[in-house]
Design a protein around this ligand. Structure first.
Ligand code: SF4
Length: 288
């Protein structure tokens, strides 16, 4: 039985008209958005703000995070689509997007973990989009293989995002195939390579306040400047149960504390997701 949602989790209907138009364009080019597959409550608003998140490398993941709605039937997994990078660039140009987020399922089945598909997508966008959008990549941990991270670094995205999702104590139940230290290492390696880095977590999975503050300190220790904190919402009764709907005041407290810790941009509220208001990072890109 899924816990009843409090009033502050009602998603806004902003941009419903525009999101319909965008959905039809995505489907015309056989593209996926994580917005749809993860049932994100902010779809309309993001599209209205000229931001969209493209999901590359298909809809089937090789991992089994218990909070995630993405499909996991590996036997139906497909090789990377050769025309996907160009199609994303064409849609981004048609929609005149200013900030593009490219995310992915985790493809442990591919030797490069999907890094080349990211690189090609970035270079197609740079080639085709005259509006010169900024590009944020939300990557998996690429199994911590530096040679695969290097492929993405060479393509020079503007922001490298990798989510910690939750506190280390909950990893065995929530992200059993991930590793907290490995994920921190991915962010550290990207930052040391000169990239603006970003990470995100969900609340409401049973984490304690001290654990969240420790995680935020870990992110600052690897010089992560951008963070998102949102409420976990159980996709179905078969997913990890919501332990708590955290009050909006708690989110604002974490934001205040985080900005004091040195985060330059910290979006923290129940409906926040990794790419929510992602375009707000643009001034930081210009500065970095
Ligand atoms: S790795 Fe990402 S896409 Fe795959 S199950 Fe976990 S959260 Fe979902």
């Amino acid at each position: 039985m899924i816990k009843r949602k409090p009033h502050w989790l009602k998603s806004n209907k902003l941009g419903a008209r525009k999101s319909g138009m965008i959905r039809s364009k995505m489907h015309k080019y056989h593209l996926h958005t994580v917005c749809e597959s993860a049932k994100c409550p902010n779809q309309g608003e993001c599209f209205e703000r000229g931001t969209a998140t493209f999901m590359i490398l298909g809809e089937i993941c090789t991992r089994n995070c218990t909070f995630c709605a993405v499909r996991k039937d590996k036997k139906n997994i497909k090789p990377p689509a050769p025309d996907e990078p160009k199609n994303i660039a064409l849609v981004a140009r048609e929609l005149n997007l200013k900030h593009i987020v490219i995310t992915t399922v985790t493809r442990d089945d591919l030797p490069d973990g999907g890094a080349n598909q990211f690189a090609e997508t970035i270079s197609e966008i740079r080639k085709i989009c005259e509006q010169k959008p900024t590009i944020e990549v939300l990557i998996s941990d690429l199994q911590g293989k530096n040679e695969n991270l290097e492929i993405i670094f060479k393509a020079k995205p503007d922001v490298i995002n990798h989510n910690l999702e939750t506190v280390p104590r909950l990893y065995p139940k929530v992200r059993p195939m991930a590793n907290y230290q490995r994920s921190l290492k991915v962010l550290q390696t990207a930052q040391e390579a000169g990239f603006l880095t970003k990470s995100g977590i969900m609340l409401g999975l049973g984490e304690k306040k001290e654990e969240v503050l420790e995680l935020m300190a870990d992110l600052r220790n690897v010089k992560t400047k951008v963070m998102t904190i949102g409420q976990y919402m159980q996709p179905s009764k078969d997913h990890f149960p919501v332990v708590e709907y955290v009050h909006p005041e708690v989110f604002s407290k974490y934001r205040k504390i985080g900005l004091k810790m040195g985060f330059k941009l910290l979006e923290s509220a129940p409906l926040v997701r990794s790419s929510y208001h992602a375009e707000k990072v643009r001034p930081l890109i210009e500065k970095s």
